[in-house]
Write a protein that binds this ligand. Structure first.
Ligand SMILES: [Zn+2]
Length: 362
C-alpha cells in the first residue's frame, strides 16, 4: 500500500527540525519526504506531522485504585505493603483486564504507541499483561517485571523485557547487583525508581541501571554522577506533584543526559501525555525563571527519546524509517509549531495516525 500525505509541516529527524513537504509511506516505511507533486495524494492542508508519543513510565493496572488513596503520604500508598498493593491483591482478574483495556484505549486516544510499564505482582503480573496485549498491533508495551521471589528471575526474564526495581531498599545491594548482572547477560532492561522521596542516587548509581526514574531529590553532586555515568532519566513531574514530593531538576537533567517523560501510577495521574508535556514545560520555566527553556526538548522527551532509552527502534520521521507518526490538523495563527503543540494542541486535534502499514483517519 502506498499513501502520500501532502502539504505538511514535518518535525523531521532526531532533532525534530521543522521542514515543509510531503510524506510518502509504502508498506509501512517512509519511502520519501519531498516537495514533489504527486497525482494521488491526501492534502493535509498545512497539518503538522510528528513522531507518535512514548510514555516511558507507567503502572497501568493501578487504574483499579484510581484516586482512592490520594490524600495520603506516598509511603502509605506505594511503600512496602502500601494501600496500592492491598488494592491490587484484592482485585479480581476481570477488574485487572478492565483496567488494562481502559488504559490501552486511553493510549490510542493520546497516540502513545510505546509505553514502559513497571508490572508488579511477579511472574503472574507480567503474564497477565502479556496475555491481554498479545494481539495488540498499534501499542507496544515494554514490560519490566518485579521479582517477588529471586528464584523466579530466570522465568520472569523469559517473558518480560527486563526488571523494574521499586526502590534501592527493595533488596540488599548485592542481590540487586546480581539481578542487574542477570539482566545484562540476557540483554534485558534494568531500571529503578530512584530519589523519589529522598536522596539515594549514590546507591542507585552503583547498579549502573539502563535508566533511572524520578530523580525528584538530586543535588549537584548527584547530577554530576548522572552526567559522568551517562545514565538516562525518565521524569514524571505530574505524578511527583500528585504525591506532593517535589519536582525534579528538569532543566539541569535536560542539560546533562537523555530525558524521557512518563506519567507513572495511573491511580495518581492520567495517561494524558498532552497534559504531561504542558505541565513539565511550564513548571520548569516557572521554577527556573528561564524564558529560554525550549519546548522542542520537551517534545523530544515525549516522543523519540523514550524509544532510545528503551532500546527500541526510533520513530523519527526520516526516509527509510518505519512509519510511526501522527498528523495534527492546522489551526490559524500557528507561529511556532513546537509551542503550539504544547500549549494549544490536544488529542482531539489528531487527524491521522500512521503505524507501520496501518493508517487511521480520525
Ligand atoms: Zn513508578
Amino acid at each position: 500500500m502506498r499513501i502520500v500525505f501532502k502539504n505538511l509541516r514535518i518535525l523531521y529527524g532526531k532533532d525534530l527540525e521543522l521542514i515543509r513537504g510531503n510524506i510518502v509511506v509504502e508498506d509501512g516505511i517512509i519511502v520519501e519526504i519531498s516537495d514533489k507533486d504527486y497525482k494521488e495524494s491526501i492534502d493535509m492542508k498545512n497539518g503538522i506531522a510528528i513522531p507518535s508519543f512514548t510514555n516511558a513510565h507507567t503502572h497501568i493496572v493501578d487504574r483499579i485504585c484510581s484516586d482512592k488513596y490520594f490524600y495520603n503520604p506516598i509511603e502509605k500508598i506505594v511503600g512496602r505493603d502500601g494501600f496500592k498493593f492491598k488494592c491490587l491483591s484484592e482485585a479480581n482478574y476481570e477488574e485487572k483486564i478492565k483496567a488494562i483495556k481502559e488504559c490501552i484505549s486511553d493510549m490510542y486516544k493520546y497516540a502513545t504507541h510505546v509505553f514502559c510499564d513497571f508490572r508488579e505482582e511477579g511472574l503472574q503480573g507480567v503474564l497477565l499483561l502479556k496475555d491481554i496485549l498479545k494481539d495488540e498491533r498499534f501499542i507496544k508495551p515494554v514490560i519490566l517485571g518485579r521479582v517477588n521471589d529471586i528464584n523466579e528471575t530466570g522465568k520472569l526474564l523469559e517473558i518480560a523485557d527486563g526488571l523494574g526495581i521499586p526502590d534501592i531498599n527493595f533488596m540488599d545491594l548485592n542481590s540487586l547487583k546480581r539481578l542487574r548482572n542477570i539482566c545484562k547477560e540476557r540483554n534485558k532492561l534494568f531500571a529503578i525508581h530512584c530519589s523519589e522521596t529522598r536522596r539515594e542516587l549514590d546507591l542507585c548509581i552503583k547498579l549502573i541501571p539502563d535508566f533511572l526514574i524520578h530523580l525528584t531529590y538530586a543535588d549537584d553532586y548527584d547530577l554530576n554522577l548522572i552526567e559522568k555515568y551517562k545514565i538516562p532519566v525518565v521524569i514524571c513531574p505530574r505524578a511527583n506533584s500528585s504525591y506532593a514530593v517535589g519536582i525534579p531538576r528538569i532543566k539541569e537533567l535536560f542539560e546533562i543526559t537523555k530525558v524521557a517523560i512518563g506519567t507513572d501510577n495511573v491511580m495518581m495521574n492520567s495517561l494524558n501525555i498532552f497534559r504531561e508535556i504542558e505541565y513539565t514545560f511550564k513548571v520548569a520555566r516557572a521554577l527556573y525563571k528561564d524564558y529560554k527553556f525550549d519546548a522542542k526538548d520537551i517534545l523530544k522527551a515525549a516522543t523519540i527519546n523514550g524509544r532510545e532509552i528503551l532500546k527500541l527502534k526510533t520513530n523519527e520521521i526520516i526516509e527509510g524509517n518505519i512509519a510511526d507518526f501522527i498528523i495534527f490538523r492546522n489551526k490559524c495563527f500557528i507561529n511556532d509549531v513546537y509551542l503550539a503543540i504544547i500549549h494549544r494542541y490536544d488529542f482531539s486535534d489528531i487527524k491521522v495516525v500512521v503505524k507501520n502499514d496501518e493508517v487511521i483517519f480520525r
